[in-house]
Structures are given as C-alpha cells and as structure tokens.
Design a protein around this ligand. Structure first.
Ligand code: CUA
Length: 409
C-alpha cells in the first residue's frame, strides 16, 4: 500500500453519504408493503422472520464493528494523523488478535447455524393435509417464461390419463385463508423460483422435479410475489400473486372455475372476437369449453397438453385480477369508483406485447414461444377480441363470480 492510499480511501469514505443517499432512496422505493419479508402474514414467513431479525441484527453489529475498526486503524496509521514526513511504524501480526478474530466469527456462525437448522426443520414440520372440505385437492405450480400457471387436481389419486387437472389458471394463485396449503412447485422450461415474501420462503421450480412448499395466509387478502431466480429476458417482469379467500368463498371459486365456457353464437356480444380468438389465439391459449368448426374441443385433454402450448389457460379470465405475468392489473376504476376492465392496458398488450414486456420476438425453430408474439391484429380485431375476453367468466353461477381483483385491499 502506498502512503497516499489511506488518504484516497478516507476521501472516498467521506463522500460515501453523498452516494448512499440516492441508493437508500431507491431501496426504500422497493419496500412494497405487500411484498415485505419483515411483515409476515403466514406461518412460514413468521418462523423465518423470527430467525432473520436477530441474524440481521448480529450481522449489522458485526458490520459496524469491523468498519469502525478499519476506520480507526486507517486514521492511526495515516501520515497526516501522526504528523510525520515518513510512514508511521508498520505493524504486522498480532497472534492473540488473529486467533481472536478467527474464533469469534466461527463461534458466532455456529450459533446462527444451530438456529437456522432448527428453523429449517420447523418449516418442514407442517401437516399440510388439505382440510376435509377440500378432499384430496392438490395444487401444482408451474413456472414458465415469464408467468406462473396453477393446476388444481381434485382427485390426485386417480392416475388414469383421462384424469386431467380440474382447474388450470394463471398469475393469481387462489387459496383458502387460514389453513396450510401444500404446493408442488415445478417448471416447464428453465429454473424459476416461487416466492411470496409475506407468506413463505422461496422454492425453486426446476424442470423435471417437483418441490414441496407449504404456504399459509392467515387472513384473506392479496399477497404479491416475484420470481426469484434469473430466468431470462423478462425475469424481472415475472410476478405472481396469492389471493386468499375465506373457505366458503374459496369453495364457491372452485365450483365456478370448473364450469366450462359456453360457445358464443352469431349475434352474441363477443362472437366476432371469439372467431378471431379461435383462428389466432387458440393455438396457444386454451379456454375450456371452446370447440373448433368441426365441433371438436380445442382443449387438448391429457396431462401437460391441457395447457396447450404453454400460454395461460384463459377460462374465466375475468375472475382474475392481473394479466401478462401479473405485471398489469386487469382492473381499474371508473369515475364512480366501480371496478372496470383496464381496456387500454389490455389493448396495448394485444397490440404489441413485446413493447410493454420484453420478450423474444423470434421463436427458434422447433422451440416453444417465449412470451406472447405480436399477431398483427387490426384495431377492429383487437376491440372484438377484448369484447370476447370480457365474456370469460362463469355465467351460469348464481350471484356474481368471485373476482380476485375485488380482494385487492
Ligand atoms: Cu422466472 Cu425469474
């Protein structure tokens, strides 16, 4: 180290607060209340918080001590402080100190490890058998570039090929509040990581594997999340939400979601859009109940095929609160404060998806599309398709469908 280095370092340190100001501001902007690890709203998050608060406290204290020590030593070792023309005496090697600062961190880490392992075991030690009113219900969560789909199996013990998931939905994971729910986390392409910070820790979604994650939301509400493993171009735009409903509401939701969508007939509102949808969108997006011109269901039954070419299943889209990887709210409010579909946002999405969410424009030969392509629809067609999308809710059910947008606050 040359004799001028300490001055350079202290000068840099003096400027630190100037640089740290904006950085702190940026960090505080990230502190989304609904995505906050320090306000746990479920059992797992609670256990994790009980561990992380003391650990962060200890780590912070160690950080302050080490940085403080460095500053003191820098000052004591500097020429200016010693009013010297030449370098102060260079000290090296203090056996007791070196032994001390080797053993102290080791002891500290060992103590933290004990509590960490205990917490990990505690997190796994949850009886997450579904409550009796839900039978054997199993929920699988699939990561895709760049959105999440959720498949609800009501009879998972029936392994025959005809038994496909009763409900396939996307972006909004709907669960009952107040009970632990076991999720099978999986992926259909690359590694993702499912994370709802206020409810539970993260779990990687790895192709070819299924990882368990137990989540619980103590109260009904909406809990935001974010894919936590870098998974390509739009990783930062791969969001997800958990919508927790009261048990009776959840049971109604289950029933409503299992209804199929009626095929519209000429003259019905949305008919033209349905035809455009069948011709253009149904290659990737499925709607349970739709048939092609030959009267064949466009939903290909059986295993993974039920989600078609890995685009969200849009059955009952209007009961969801978000779209495009939970990046946009599906709903806004009119002048009277009533919820209305955010048509402008939906139009922008269909008009040029890659313009508002980065995606690969060109699909490599033999590969599945990554993100929604621009289908080059005319403005009239876009309008008609949206008119059609507006009809996608369970119609025959008594009372209004449960809109997860309604549970937003
Ligand atoms: Cu999916 Cu990051």
């Amino acid at each position: 180290m040359t004799s001028t280095s300490p001055h350079l370092v202290t000068r840099a340190l003096r400027r630190l607060p100037i640089a740290a100001g904006p950085a702190l501001l940026l960090l505080s902007a990230c502190a989304d209340e609904r995505q906050d690890i320090f306000t746990p709203q479920g059992d797992s998050a609670e256990k994790i918080n009980r561990l992380q608060v003391p650990v962060f406290g200890i780590a912070g204290l160690v950080g302050v001590l080490v940085l403080g020590g460095i500053l003191v030593l820098m000052r004591q070792g500097s020429r200016r402080h010693n009013d010297a023309e030449i370098d102060p005496v260079q000290l090296e090697g203090n056996f007791k100190l070196e032994i001390g600062w080797t053993i102290a961190p080791a002891v500290l880490l060992a103590v933290v490890a004990v509590f960490t392992v205990a917490t990990l075991l505690d997190l796994d030690d949850v009886d997450a058998a579904p409550p009796p009113e839900l039978g054997e219900m199993e929920i699988s969560v699939y990561g895709h570039q760049w959105w999440w789909s959720y498949e609800y199996e009501m009879n998972p013990s029936d392994t025959s090929p005809e038994n496909t998931p009763e409900i396939v939905t996307a972006n909004d994971l709907v669960i009952p509040a107040g009970v632990p729910i076991r999720l099978n986390i999986r992926s259909r392409d690359v590694i993702h990581s499912f994370w709802i910070p206020s409810l539970a820790g993260t779990r990687d979604a790895v192709p070819g594997r299924s990882h368990d994650l137990v989540i619980q939301a103590d109260e009904p509400g909406v809990y935001d999340g974010q894919c936590k493993e870098f998974c390509g171009l739009s990783h930062a735009n791969m969001k997800q939400r958990v919508v927790a409903l009261s048990m009776p509401e959840f049971q109604t939701w289950l029933e409503q979601q299992q209804e199929t969508q009626p095929l519209l007939e000429e003259g019905d509102v949305g008919y033209e859009g349905q035809q455009t949808f069948l011709a253009q969108c149904s290659t990737c997006h499925q709607i349970n109940g739709l048939e092609n011109a030959d009267g064949e269901p466009i939903v290909v039954e059986g295993g993974a095929a039920v989600v078609s070419r890995y685009a969200p299943n849009l059955t009952h889209l209007m009961t969801r609160g978000v779209f495009a990887g939970a990046l946009f709210d599906l709903w806004t409010t009119d002048e009277d404060g009533r919820p209305v579909v955010d048509r402008a946002q939906l139009e922008a999405w269909i008009r040029d998806p890659a313009a508002i969410k980065p995606m690969y424009d060109v699909v490599p030969e033999g590969e599945l599309p990554r993100g929604m392509p621009d289908l080059g629809l005319s403005e009239d067609q876009i309008d008609q398709v949206i008119d059609y999308l507006l009809t996608l809710h369970p119609g025959a059910t008594e009372g209004p469908p449960i809109q997860t947008a309604g549970a937003q606050d």
